[in-house]
Design a protein around this ligand. Structure first.
Ligand SMILES: [Zn+2]
Ligand SMILES: [Zn+2]
Length: 575
């Protein structure tokens, strides 16, 4: 089991104790232990083998025993007791933004709300607004949230699926009987939310593959086991199917189970017009006698070639023009993670990050970056311990000192300045101009109406003091809807004032989304892909941003931080 799974159970336990009115110190103890496990740089199970877990901060004897129990049985006594004493749907209520354990407790004890359905009923009855500490505004927010969760309908953020599926594909590739293994489906297409996970494996010994699969770490429960298809539940409650095919049919099977449906409908039409038919077993001539081998099936390249097309990257298979582009041999040369030279958005202990400037810089260098910009929060972000002018001045000195001390990476001075309610910036312009790079972001008053928000962003973009608009739509993937504004107006302003739009790659955001990034690039507005890292382990999230960029058909030249620093800054100078 992965660390994140252990951490999730501990954090859920903390919430359940709080909802059931338990001891507040116990709540904190579980929260603290969850954080420790989540941030642990090695696997918790390795740590268990190395000695008692009580050597880790925040892990006492009792929680250490709980963790061992989770390893051995998937759960532990206190957790089971709490789950039994509370309604099944109670944890689902925590998906509603704005409902923490305290509010869930109030809803449960006063209104007997124990799941989303009873919450919805209470909203319709108007009883929530009368609860102490709630009010009409909260009730409206909850109503919106329920609608959002309904739209999501079982789809979950891609990063969660990748974190679970990635190690499983790696483990499958290490199985002796496996010739090739890939994850297919919307995970492979990097769609921002996914329902389930598909694995496709090439092997001449399916039985051995199935046996290895059901015993893999991360596979929690077997639903149905067959000789060519096995269905399981993975960690994180993802349902997954594994299909094992003969090596000569791997390409057509992977293609089939990658989708999308819309892409395949177009391909089938095309095949038909060529006297061909296409299935998971290959591309066949329609008029060939039964039992005739396929025209193509071994690789995806073969499958596309049989249809007169260049191989189309999975991220583009959405029927948004990729088939015509492939036919004309005009597919873009998509950006890849290796093209990214630096990260322009990250936090340190100076605001709400977990690591120092030096720690972040060394981790970024080891990750392969040539430069980074340290962009802590500005003063308006009080909960994030944002910097006012005096602290920023000292911070600039500290960044310069780190840059002097650390070799192999350029450390640039920046800030993530709050775009205030009225569109003004949270720090004086002349101070911002002393920095190397400024990301401007909205962090508060996100429910402004479309026109107010548009004007607010336009004012910031035209200020002349920001280089990029950070997490432009403010959405939290699977957590908060984007705020509303006139995207075309923002694109035009960015073009005019030379401001880049950020693809914020952090797993919880993924903002901009693919369609918006594509629109921006088509209009000539450059993108920057940043991780907004708050810890040294955050840099790898760049892959999530690169996935968005590839879905947006972006090539390296569309993204500024594929350039060396000086060349990147030339764009800002209009050179
Ligand atoms: Zn931010
Ligand atoms: Zn940030």
């Amino acid at each position: 089991m992965r660390n994140a799974e252990y951490a999730r159970l501990l954090a859920q336990t903390a919430a359940l104790i709080e909802i059931s009115g338990g001891n507040v110190y116990r709540v904190r103890a579980f929260q603290k232990a969850a954080r420790t496990v989540e941030k642990l740089p090695i696997s918790l199970e390795e740590a268990m083998n190395d000695g008692p877990l009580t050597r880790l901060p925040g892990i006492g004897k009792s929680i250490a025993a709980d963790l061992v129990s989770i390893r051995d049985s998937g759960s532990f006594e206190l957790y089971n007791e709490l789950r039994q004493s509370l309604p099944d749907g109670i944890l689902g209520l925590m998906q509603v933004q704005g409902l923490g354990p305290k509010k869930v407790k109030a809803l449960y004890t006063h209104l007997e709300v124990g799941d989303l359905a009873s919450l919805e009923k209470a909203v319709e009855d108007g009883t929530i607004a009368q609860l102490p500490g709630f009010g009409a505004k909260t009730q409206d927010n909850i109503r919106r949230e329920i609608a959002r969760l309904r739209r999501q309908a079982g789809r979950r953020p891609l990063p969660m699926a990748i974190m679970v599926a990635g190690p499983i594909v790696e483990a499958l590739r290490a199985v002796e009987a496996v010739e090739r293994a890939e994850v297919g489906g919307s995970v492979r297409r990097r769609r921002e939310t996914v329902k389930d996970v598909d694995f496709v494996v090439a092997s001449t010994d399916p039985e051995a593959v199935m046996e290895a699969f059901v015993n893999l770490d991360g596979v929690r429960e077997v639903i149905a086991r067959g000789s060519t298809k096995t269905s399981v539940i993975l960690d994180g409650e993802f349902q997954a199917d594994l299909r094992v095919v003969a090596p000569e049919a791997f390409g057509s099977a992977l293609h089939h189970f990658t989708g999308s449906k819309e892409h395949h409908v177009e391909l089938r039409k095309r095949a038909k017009s060529m006297g061909l038919k296409i299935s998971e077993y290959g591309v066949f001539k329609v008029d060939a006698p039964e039992g005739t081998p396929p025209v193509a099936s071994r690789t995806e390249q073969d499958v596309y070639a049989a249809l007169g097309l260049a191989w189309i990257p999975p991220e583009m298979r959405e029927n948004t023009g990729e088939i015509a582009a492939a036919e004309a041999d005009a597919l873009p040369s998509l950006l890849s993670a290796a093209d990214i030279q630096g990260d322009l958005h990250m936090h340190t202990t100076a605001s709400d990050g977990s690591h120092t400037i030096a720690q972040m810089a060394e981790a970024a260098r080891d990750f392969g970056h040539k430069y980074i910009v340290i962009t802590d929060h500005s003063q308006a972000s009080v909960v994030a311990n944002g910097l006012g002018p005096d602290r920023l001045r000292q911070h600039m000195i500290d960044i310069d000192a780190a840059n002097e001390a650390i070799d192999g990476i350029e450390i640039k001075k920046g800030i993530e300045v709050d775009i205030l309610k009225d569109g003004s910036l949270d720090l004086p312009g002349d101070l911002l101009d002393e920095l190397d790079y400024v990301v401007g972001s909205v962090h508060a008053s996100m429910k402004q109406d479309r026109q107010t928000m548009t004007e607010r962003l336009l004012k910031a973009i035209s200020s002349g003091h920001i280089h990029a608009l950070g997490h432009p739509t403010g959405r939290l993937l699977g957590g908060r809807d984007p705020f509303e504004f006139d995207f075309q107006a923002i694109i035009q302003a960015c073009l005019k004032h030379r401001v880049a739009l950020e693809i914020n790659a952090s797993a919880g955001r993924m903002d901009l989304k693919d369609e918006h990034a594509r629109l921006a690039a088509q209009a000539g507005v450059p993108l920057v892909i940043n991780t907004d890292s708050h810890t040294t382990t955050g840099f790898a999230q760049i892959h999530f941003g690169v996935g968005i960029a590839r879905r947006a058909w972006l090539e390296p030249h569309h993204v500024l931080n594929t350039l060396p620093w000086d060349e990147m800054m030339n764009w800002y100078k209009g050179a």
